[in-house]
Write a protein that binds this ligand. Sequence first.
Ligand code: NAP
Length: 442
Amino acid sequence: MTEYRRLRVALLGAGAVGSQVADLLRKHADELADRAGAALDLVGIAVRDPDAPREVDLPRELFTTDAEQLIIGADIVIELMGGIEPARTYILQALNSGADVVTANKALLASHGPEIFDAADQVGASVYYEAAAAGAIPIIRPLRDSLAGDRVQRIMGIVNGTTNYILDRMDREGSEFADVLADAQALGYAESDPTADIEGYDAAQKAAILASLAFHTAVPLTAVHREGITHVDKWVMDAARHAGYVVKLLAVCERIVGGTPGEHGGDAISVRVYPALVPREHPLASVRGANNAVFVQAEAAGNLMFYGAGAGGVQTASAVLGDVVSAARRHIAGGVGVGESTRANLPVLPIGRVTTRYQITLEVSDEPGVLATVAGILSDGRVSIATVEQTVLTHGNGDPGVARIVIGTHRALEQDLSETVDRLAASGVVGRVVSVLRVEGD
Ligand code: NAP
């Protein structure tokens, strides 16, 4: 048997992901040593309660509540506690003591990424975070390494499994949002407090991480435009299906060529999360259940799609262990760490300066001239109509009935569109703006 140098691996957290990482590190120790070129000794696991029941059997003597002590002398620290503090403090401590860090903590990286990457740069250490976006799916390395010689133009990601599960069931079963959410909670697909998922916060964190890598620019979480899926109802789903679309919560990261004309005339970027209409023939439309997928368009590579499990303890552990092997190899070889390139430093545009296509659904009174008034307001607002479909909902008894108009637009500036929608709502002919959805991927 090959005698390898031994590396001390400290694990912070033994929950859904951490317990699986600990288990696989122990079960596959020989194989991992051969691949890493170093024996990976799990020297301890920091948790809050060492006696809490775990998903897998792990020796009690590995557990401690003293994370700081565990970090001292570690070569690789795996942070799987989640949250901002104390994870941030422990990661900085680990880097400052010369350890490489592996983490799956999207919340921390999206809010404190630059601080952590700077700390790693200062000491020549590395931070690996393949599991921080889209769980088991390899997407961080492809963006950071494989596509480092290309120019990414656009990323569209289904990066939140819970919302995809809900939207997929609504689409397939014709069910209402609240019913599917309750079911998803009962089945464990959604948390008892689902806010982070259904309001798009989780997807926004991942969007910030992906955009930072893709565009070599530190994208703060505050620059990500975010909308959730709570207003997507059965009617919106039915209308989408009828028009040949499916509704998906998308993280869109886009390079806007010449997006800063008044300033340097250079490119800009937009990073946004919202429910969007995706054509049924687009590869993202076929992403079912709680799966994730990231669709990347690059100048030279063309279209690429990465697909698979976006969460799950053992699935996410796969991505974490890949990082541990990389960290071990680098630790043995020495030299500079993987580093983050943020030199492009592109401006992030506010949502108002983005252009997309839209589908606007209005409830109007079913009278002559209404459609012409609506068309006039759109045209005055520089929003050009591509398609119109009208359905009579109720026939009035002497009075005008109610009709629903679904308008597909050509590409329009978001700011023009939102001002136009406000004008429509105030026009007197529109009873209700039922929904305004962007169309992506066509
Ligand atoms: P989890 O099940 O809640 O486990 C968290 C673990 O951290 C627990 O073992 C907990 O100890 C420990 N911990 C929390 N605060 C601590 C503290 N102050 N001091 C010491 N230990 C502490 O979390 P998870 O689902 O495994 O997620 C871990 C990370 O992976 C998160 O950043 C998450 O966003 C990310 N992630 C998770 C998934 C997934 O499918 N679950 C997918 C992708 C990424 P006790 O056990 O004693 O309570």
